[in-house]
Design a protein around this ligand. Structure first.
Ligand code: AMP
Ligand code: MG
Length: 485
């Protein structure tokens, strides 16, 4: 007898007006094989991992078999890509539907790399194994770090090649998200849908992600504020672990406040605010130091879409929107500062804290210190041979910090605990990710990747076994990442 998988679909997005999507099935593939299944995630979704292993799971995650209750569709959206407005949509993804979990939570189940859709433009609708495994590693690492993110349920190979610069092995990632509503979804509806559809979308997003504001007097203004709050909190979390998203186009900014679209993202090793990894980001638009600024820019585009709902009077609407958007930076700063205080073991607030933090960052930049390891060293009170730690400047800074730690009621042990919980020992370092992907893609050896993912699933606890994953890369060759791969 076939085991029950446990699907429990209720597809609210499919009930929106037709302009929001195109109903389309994934394109079946030749010979799907399951490469990775995320058992704990499957279980939390109410799915039975045992029933998803082997051929049955491979058929579902490849799109060859449509689960009961699914209503496959490709979502329409637009977006500002590197500042330019473009019509987009799921060009290589299909939303199977929304799985309602045993706890009553709702998650999109999306296949990425599942074939062409009406929004594919020139693309083949497909994805390659390396980038899908990469998304799996990094998104799951983000989750373990406590950063809101879409997740990775499974990766299958398709048995079909994809052609990029070379011939690559085709694959499909099953992505799980609170939703795939984007700033770009609102940009799309404003451009092509009129106010009525805009309101339908806004009401839908509020019900799905911000039900607590549904009765507010100006709920659309509250909605704008809530999205700003979540993005400010999210981007602060990125900054605090050295995560560079790499392609913060408005179509890659989720209304839910989750990190979405793991294309050219990467973690920074050496602290340099100008760090850019993406091969196509020539201007450094999406550099580490620009992420908060770009967040604000994207939210301004979002606010513009909501204008007709904010107030009947256009000028008044603009004023309301501007007030909210201009508040972004302060909200971001407060999250960032709170996070940085925690990284330094500080519980209470002193005015000079910001100076203390910025002075440390300046020294890290000047002495090309490793971002993660500097905070790890402070946490463990173990300083290696890194050049920063040997300088008198650092010794002086450390004295100031230690004096500052005395100015609070909490014990040294409490401070230490706070730092441990705020400073990851391990992040997905680029050379480790590359090493894991190379073994998986070139040799079909998943063991290195599985070990890496296991280490990354518990990032804050330092242990001797993890020591090798804290090492910085030996080469100085600049790391490069790629979009749409
Ligand atoms: P991204 O850079 O992943 O956010 O992709 C931007 C847009 O291009 C999205 O709407 C994707 O669905 C689409 N896209 C990316 N790669 C492909 C592909 N190989 N075929 C069709 N559409 C694609
Ligand atoms: Mg995208």
């Amino acid at each position: 007898m076939k085991k029950e998988i446990g699907w429990n679909f209720d597809n609210s997005y499919a009930r929106l007006p037709k302009m929001f999507f195109s109903s389309i099935n994934p394109t079946p593939v030749k010979s799907p094989e399951l490469v990775i299944l995320n058992d704990p995630l499957a279980e939390s979704l109410g799915l039975n991992p045992e029933a998803l292993k082997g051929e049955d799971g491979a058929a579902v995650f490849a799109g060859n078999e449509i689960p009961e209750g699914a209503e496959p569709l490709a979502q329409a959206y637009a977006g500002h890509q590197f500042g330019q407005f473009t019509m987009l949509g799921d060009g290589r993804a299909v939303l199977l539907g929304e799985q309602v979990t045993p706890k009553g939570e709702r998650f999109d189940i999306q296949l990425k790399g599942s074939g062409r859709t009406p929004y594919s433009r020139g693309g083949d609708g497909r994805a390659a194994l390396g980038p899908m495994l990469r998304e799996c590693i990094i998104s799951e690492a983000m989750y373990a770090l406590g950063i809101p993110t879409t997740r990775s349920l499974a990766v299958v190979t398709t048995g079909e090649p994809v052609f990029r610069e070379t011939r690559l092995e085709g694959a499909i990632l099953t992505r799980v998200a609170a939703s795939h509503l984007r700033v770009g979804t609102f940009e799309y509806v404003v451009r092509w849908g009129g106010v009525e559809n805009l309101q339908i979308l806004a009401d839908y997003a509020i019900k799905r992600h911000y039900p607590e504001i549904d009765d507010d007097e100006n709920k659309y203004l509250s909605f704008l504020q809530e999205v700003i709050n979540r993005q400010a909190a999210l981007i602060a979390k990125w900054q605090l672990v050295g995560f560079i998203h790499g392609v913060m186009n408005t179509d890659n900014m989720a209304i839910s406040g989750e990190t979405i679209d793991y294309g050219p993202c990467a973690f920074m090793d050496t602290y340099d605010p100008k760090t850019v990894f993406s091969s196509i980001d020539y201007q450094g638009r999406y550099a580490y130091e620009n992420q908060p600024l770009i967040g604000g820019w994207n939210l301004a585009r979002f606010a513009e879409t909501l204008l007709p709902l904010l107030h009947d009077d256009k000028e008044e609407a603009v004023k309301l929107a501007q007030e909210k958007v201009s508040g972004f930076n302060e909200i971001f700063q407060s999250h960032w500062l709170a996070g940085m205080r925690a990284k330094l073991g500080l519980f209470n607030v002193e005015e000079k804290d910001e100076e203390l933090i910025k002075d440390l960052l300046s020294l890290m930049e000047k002495h090309r210190a490793d971002f993660t390891n500097t905070f790890l060293a402070l946490t463990r009170n173990k300083f290696d041979e890194s050049s920063l730690f040997k300088t008198g400047e650092f010794a002086q800074w450390k004295k100031r910090w230690e004096a500052r730690l005395e100015n609070q009621e909490e014990s040294k042990a409490d401070s230490h605990k706070l730092m441990q919980n705020s400073n990851p020992a391990v992040v997905p370092r680029n050379h480790r990710v590359e090493e894991a992907l190379e073994a998986a893609v070139e040799e079909g050896d998943l063991t290195i990747m599985e070990r890496l993912m296991e280490v990354l699933s518990d990032p804050y606890e330092y242990s001797a076994e993890k020591a090798e994953y804290t090492k910085v890369p030996e080469t100085n060759i600049p790391y490069q990442t790629f979009c749409g791969t």
